[in-house]
Write a protein that binds this ligand. Structure first.
Ligand code: ZN
Length: 75
């Protein structure tokens, strides 16, 4: 599984249904649309997650580096 396509479940602030949002999408600041109620301003509600994502992004980078290192040693 690619780290870029890893997803987290995000609860829609409008209808409270959870749906997967890719970490890549969050980092890129793309428009996130709820698949249940089609609310498209969900990204405004994500600002509270930014701090979490910053630390998550850092650990993902570390993880990525570890995986690349592992791949190299396997060759
Ligand atoms: Zn919704």
């Amino acid at each position: 599984m690619k780290i870029e396509t890893a997803t987290i479940n995000f609860p829609c602030p409008k209808c409270n249904q959870e749906f997967p949002v890719s970490l890549f999408q969050l980092h890129e600041g793309g428009i996130i649309t709820c698949p249940w109620c089609l609310a498209s301003n969900v990204e405004n509600e994500l600002s509270g997650l930014e701090h979490n994502l910053e630390s998550l992004g850092r650990s993902l980078q570390n993880l990525k580096r570890c995986m690349e290192k592992k791949q190299r040693t396997n060759q």
